[in-house]
Design a protein around this ligand. Structure first.
Ligand code: DAH
Length: 372
């Protein structure tokens, strides 16, 4: 084979050797790109028309015909390997940029683990993050929705301890020792301090006392949390469940404010066309007291088995804060008045999801939990 062109014939061995250096340099440049944008430029420079790889390829036509496929294939293989390198690097950079963006925007603590892993290991930082395992429990989802509704009405969210003093759980709530109303609550006492002085709280109402002890009116707050009862668990009861308490103390608060607040909450949670009503009742810490019902969530008020054909389902208790309770925490009942309410969160979760047996909320069966 003769070469009729005037350029000197390149040396195949030298070209192949040069190709090794081209590949190595290309890899280093791709790995050095620190952002997706920078990588785009570098990829262009390493693999594009003006790259060294392209220049090597252009030597093909100067080679002896039988040598051309050798260099051609070698160039093609280097190109493919560098392309894979560029793709992998881009995926890593995109994931890192996404993670940085999430970190800047997010307050969701469930993301912390994956982000920490991405920071701790360089490998994790270069690979796309897998979807995070797990999510919030149904009860937590409903609790946060309730918090959002009340925060939207200007309420604070407060928390109190689950191991509560007799004073907060009973006495300050107008239930002195031996008060008959303690009977329906009497529950798990802890072996702490004076015998019978610390109890697993039976309701979230003691947070009312803690709120009033620590802040002066006006008070607008809700307090969600776990409570304990001496109940035998069945389809509609748990011995360990969740309530949300509401407390408002301000000047000239009336029963009308209470009814309006319950109604606002009901339509925000259940949707328009769902209403509430109050029925006279008794609680030691409110006077007057009421139970409140909401439009039956199953039949929308038409009447069905769930609501015993009344169209209403009982949700919780409420009333005007008893002057004795205000006095117990040193708030002058002549100047201030307030209302309070409390209801079960698990019941709402049950209603929302048409759950036949409440015990599923505590079973930790992933097949149930992962549905929400
Ligand atoms: N603590 C009551 C219970 O667990 C519910 C309740 C009734 C809370 C009336 C209130 C209220 O704040 O005013 O049964």
């Amino acid at each position: 084979v003769t070469n009729s062109e005037s350029s000197p014939q390149p040396d195949l061995a030298a070209l192949l050797e040069g190709l090794v250096a081209v590949e190595e340099a290309g890899r280093a440049r791709l790995a050095g790109a620190q952002t997706v944008d920078a990588l785009r430029l570098v990829t262009q420079e390493v693999l594009g028309k003006r790259s060294e790889l392209a220049a090597t390829n252009s030597q093909l036509r100067l080679l002896a015909v039988e040598d051309r496929p050798v260099l051609g294939q070698a160039v093609q293989q280097v190109r493919e390997r560098l392309e894979v390198e560029a793709d992998t690097r881009r995926a890593g950079l995109e994931a890192a940029e996404r993670a940085a963006r999430d970190r800047a925007e997010a307050m969701d603590l469930t993301e912390a683990a994956a982000l920490a892993a991405a920071e701790a290991t360089p490998l994790a930082a270069t690979l796309p993050l897998p979807p995070l395992p797990g999510h919030r429990h149904l009860v937590t989802i409903v609790r946060e929705e309730l918090e959002d509704i009340f925060v939207g009405m200007g309420y604070q969210v407060a928390e109190g301890p689950e191991a509560e003093t007799d004073w907060h759980n009973f006495e300050a709530l107008n239930m002195p020792p031996n008060h008959p109303a303690r009977g329906m609550f009497d529950t798990f006492y802890l072996n702490l301090g004076q015998p019978g002085s610390v109890v697993l709280r039976t309701h979230t109402s003691p947070v009312q006392i803690r709120l009033m002890e620590t802040s002066a009116p006006p008070i607008y707050a809700v307090a969600p949390g776990r409570v304990y009862r001496r109940d035998t668990p069945d389809a509609r009861h748990l011995a360990e469940f969740h309530q949300i308490e509401g407390l408002v103390v301000d000047r000239r608060i009336s029963m009308g404010d209470l009814a309006g607040t319950i109604e606002a909450f009901t339509s925000a949670f259940f949707g328009p066309g769902r209403h509430s009503r109050l029925r006279p009742s008794f609680f030691p810490f409110t006077e007057p007291s009421a139970e409140f019902d909401v439009t039956c969530w199953v039949c929308a008020g038409e009447g069905c088995r769930t609501c015993s054909h009344s169209g209403w389902v009982e949700l919780g208790g409420c009333g005007m804060v008893d002057p004795n309770v205000l006095q117990a925490v040193g708030i002058d009942p002549e100047q201030w008045s307030g209302f309070a309410f409390g209801f079960g969160i698990d019941r709402l979760a049950q209603a929302r999801t048409d759950l036949s047996d409440m015990r599923a909320l505590l079973d930790n069966d992933i097949r149930f939990i992962s549905q929400f």
